[in-house]
Design a protein around this ligand. Sequence first.
Ligand code: AMP
Ligand code: GLY
Length: 426
Amino acid sequence: MNVLVLGSGGREHAISWKLAQSSQISSLYIAPGNAGTDAVGINVDVNPEDFKAVKKFVLEKEVGLVVVGPEAPLVKGIVDFFKNDKALANVGIIGPSQQGAQLEGSKEFAKLFMQRHRIPTAKYASFTKDTVEEGKAFLAKMKAPYVLKADGLAAGKGVVILTDLKEAQAELESMLVNQKFGDASATVVIEEFLKGIECSVFVLTDGHSYKILPEAKDYKRIGVGDTGPNTGGMGAISPVPFCTEEFMDKVETRIIIPTVKGLKAENIDYKGFIFIGLIKVNNEPYVIEYNCRMGDPETEVVMPRIKSDLLNLFEGVVTETLSECDLHVDERVASTVVLVSKGYPDAYEKGKEIKGLHRPENAIVFHAGTKKSGQKIVTNGGRVLAVTAFGGSIDEATDRSFAAAGSIEYSGKYFRDDIGKDLLGY
Ligand code: AMP
Ligand code: GLY
C-alpha cells in the first residue's frame, strides 16, 4: 500500500520511521517532511492544509492511507473533506472529524464534553467579551494561582497562569477585549489550579474499541530544572514510573472508556489518536487537555517502544477492527532529548550546517527542523533534532541520549541535560 504522512516535525519522522518498517508498505510519502523523513520515504512539496493539493497527490500516486500528523489540518476539517469527496471514498485517513478535533480546537468544547461524560477535570467557567466583568468577579472569588485559557488554537501559548489577582484580571481583559490571541481568545476558560505531576497518555481508536499506547512524560520548559519559558517540548521519557498499574487502571476506567464511549454516543466520528494530557493529584487522574494528534516529542519515545506493525494497527482503525489487532510494547525505557536552535523558543537562527549526524551509535536521530541544502543538512526550525535511546533504566537511556546529543554539532546547539532526572526518585 502507498501511504502519505502529513507534517514535517520529529513526530512525523518517528511515525514514518515506524511505518517504513512495515512489510506491507509500497511507497511512503511525507508532505512536506524534513531531511530525516527523506531517508525513510519520499518527501513531497504539498501543504497539508491545502486539501485540494493533498487530494490531487493522493489520486495521482494511488495513496491508500493518509496519516495526519499535526492538529491544524484536522481542526480545519481534512477528514470531513475526504469523507465528502466520492473520489477519495476508498482512501483511509487517520485522524478525527472536524467535530472530534474540537476536543483540541476548543477548550470549552472539551470542558463541556468532559462534564457530560463525568470525566474528571478542573472546575471551570467560561467568559466572552460581553461577560468580561463577570469574569473578573469570578476571578476575585477564586484562590490563586489563576489559570486562564484561550478557547481556540494559539500555537501552544494560549494558557496563562498568574498568581496576582489584578494581573489575572488584566490578562482576562487583554485576551477577551484586546483579542490577545485573535479569535482564539474570543472565549476564555478560567480553571481551578491543580497541583500535581503531569504525564501524556495516548490512545488509538477506531471509534469503537481502543488501544492504550505507551505513556510518556514531556519536558516543556526551555531551562534545566523546569525553568524559563514554555517550548513545544524539550525531551520525553517512556514509560513513566509514577504511572503505576493502579493509576493507569483509574485512567482507563474514569477517562479513556468514557471518552471513547462519549464520542460514539454523540455520533462524533473519531478514528485516530487521542492525546490525553493528565495531571496526577493525590494519586487521582484529572484531564488537563485533550489533543487530537500524537505529542511531539512524546512520539519519538512512543513509536520506538511499539513492537507491532503500525500499518496493521492503522488498517485496524480504518476498517474498525482495531480490537483484533495486536499491540506489543518494548519493556525497556526510551528517552528522547531535543536539540534546539539558539534563541528558541523566541526568534531563532536557521540555516546552520549540522555535522556528526552519523555519529550516534546507540541512538535514533529523529529530525524536526532540518532540511537539505545541496549535500549538506542544515537547521530549519526551533526544534532541530530529537535523539532517542533505549536503556534498562532511565539513567541508562538518558545517558545514551545525552552522549548522542553531545556528538552532533551545529552552531548554537542547546539541549537540556536533565531530562528524566526528576523521575529517578519514583
Ligand atoms: P494546556 O495547553 O491546556 O496543556 O496547558 C499548558 C500547561 O498549563 C499544562 O501543561 C499545565 O502545566 C498547565 N495547566 C493547564 N491547566 C492547568 C490547571 N488547571 N492547573 C494547573 N496547571 C495547569
Ligand atoms: N509535547 C506536547 C504536545 O505535543 O503538545
